[in-house]
Design a protein. Structure first.
Length: 495
């Protein structure tokens, strides 16, 4: 604790975003380059070095937050990087994409604004790369054991890096043409530029991890064949089976899933396409779903030049402050948050019909209607109460040329045949069944991440990858050498 009075004398100050009018004209990250380092040391001073740091429990990785806050306050960046990377393979990802449950669990947040833990984290990660503190760490010797990791999202990449560094020969199989899963084709570049991902992949290649792209296990390579070829297989395909909206008019043209829309925008940024075939340019867009994926669609549609864009959230408008009776500290509270995309839509008045920023709260879709050619032209909705019952007389109609469904995901995609060919058991939610050691009902086959846990956060995905790597390493070597931050049945703190 470098400054015992830091939390009393220094107000919370966050990384500034670029002006809305500037940032919506490009796909670069929304934050002002270089604006974080001048403030981050004083912000780290606000950490109280609590006797019981609840931020540890709020973070599934068990990040050593008070330790690296103290080191940053002293500007010891190398030591801070060592402590940060001791628990997190990819802090440059979590520092940009995680909603920071650690800040909700910050002891200071009981009665003051929390420490800017997420900003400190990304500052350490970026400084580590710029100062050369993250060289490849290939193993001293190889174990002679082989592992296949199916899926290259944050879970698969974390598992692969841990197992490679432990001396195993690891190959990552990805059905897309580039490595990264949703980090590559799902997360918009304005939230995380792909150079951060590419840089980490080069490190992994230098350490010895092998990557196999454009290879769908179950279709291009038989799942049983893969199991026979490797000593262990880790299924980390994510929960890519999207939820549907079964209402009249769903069959109309112009209604698409969010994960049909977002990857195309990412491909434009990658240079694969000049223009997305689902571009929102000049269209009235309605996004059904109030979560982060919906917000990603919102920011993308604004940048593509939508005529209007409105996001529907079935939940009521959250309060500005934590409700201690519903979400007591240190749980992650449901409060009103203004993402960069919502700030953009609000300032640009992209959704004139919205309640706040671009969102209509307590809104439920009734049906879609279209024109003679079968193209959607309107979305009909109704306001609902807390029990999702329609309120009489609250029906409204929104113009809609493009509708994006962002309703979440139920489990792994089964079209490739991976689940069936291996004979994996599924639980009632549609996710892969596994035991306490992350092993599925098929010996030697492990499941981790959203494919087994269900849709979750990037920080949980990385924690799952680290934990399943520990389980696989233990099976292959007979010893516990790798850290396992969570178990397969651990869940976020709730009231």
């Amino acid at each position: 604790m470098a400054d015992p009075k830091g939390f009393l004398t220094t107000p919370r100050e966050e990384w500034r975003r670029r002006p809305v009018e500037e940032r919506v004209r490009d796909w670069d990250e929304v934050y002002v380059p270089g604006a974080l380092l001048p403030i981050v040391s004083k912000q780290a001073d606000r950490c109280m070095d609590c006797g019981i740091p609840f931020c540890h429990d709020a973070c599934p990785l068990g990040n050593l937050i008070p330790e690296w806050n103290d080191l940053v306050s002293r500007e010891d960046w190398r030591a801070a990087s060592d402590r940060l990377h001791a628990t997190n393979n990819f802090p440059e990802f979590t520092g940009r994409l995680c909603p920071a449950p650690c800040e909700a669990g910050c002891v200071l947040a009981i009665n003051q604004p929390a420490v800017t833990i997420k900003n400190v984290e990304v500052a350490i990660a970026d400084r580590a790369w710029s100062d050369g503190f993250t060289p490849p760490r290939p193993p001293d010797r190889l174990s002679g054991r082989t592992v296949a990791v199916v899926g290259s999202g944050p879970t698969g990449l974390a598992a692969a890096q841990q197992l490679t560094r432990a001396g195993h020969t690891v190959a990552v199989y990805e059905r897309a043409d580039r490595i990264g899963g949703l980090l590559r084709y799902g997360i918009p570049a304005f939230k995380m530029e792909k150079r951060h991902l590419d840089r980490r992949l080069e490190q992994m290649r230098a350490e010895g991890t092998k990557f196999r792209t454009s290879t769908a296990v179950g279709r291009d390579v038989g799942a049983a064949e893969l199991r026979a070829r490797y000593d262990a297989v880790v299924i980390a395909t994510g929960a890519t089976a999207w939820r549907e909206l079964q209402v009249p008019g769903r069959e109309l043209g112009g209604i698409h899933q969010a994960m049909e829309y977002l990857p195309l925008a990412d491909r434009v940024c990658e240079g694969d396409l000049a223009v997305s075939p689902l571009s929102a340019a000049g269209k009235h867009v309605v996004i059904v779903g109030g979560g982060d994926t919906g917000a990603d669609c919102l920011g993308t549609a604004v940048r593509e030049g939508a005529a209007s864009v409105t996001q529907l959230d079935i939940y009521p408008l959250p309060e500005a402050e934590r409700d201690e009776d519903v979400d007591p500290w240190p749980t992650y509270p449901k409060v009103y948050r203004l993402s960069a995309a919502h700030e953009e839509a609000r300032d640009l008045r992209s959704a004139p019909a919205a309640d706040a920023d671009a969102r209509l709260f307590a809104a439920s879709t009734l049906r879609f209607t279209g024109d003679e050619s079968g193209q959607v032209r309107a979305l009909h909705l109704v306001e609902v109460d807390g029990g999702r019952r329609a309120r009489p007389g609250t029906g409204r109609t929104l113009p809609a040329d493009l509708v994006l469904l962002a309703l979440g995901f139920s489990g792994p995609d089964r079209h490739d045949g991976l689940v069936e060919q291996l004979g994996l058991a599924l639980d009632p939610r549609g996710t892969i069944t596994r035991g306490r050691d992350f092993e599925t009902t098929v010996p030697g086959v492990y499941a981790a991440g959203d494919a087994a846990r269900g849709q979750s956060l990037v920080v949980w995905a990385i924690a799952e990858g680290r934990a399943v790597a520990a389980a696989v390493d233990r099976r292959l070597t007979g010893t516990a050498r790798l850290p396992a931050p969570i178990g397969p049945y651990d869940r976020p703190m709730t009231a």
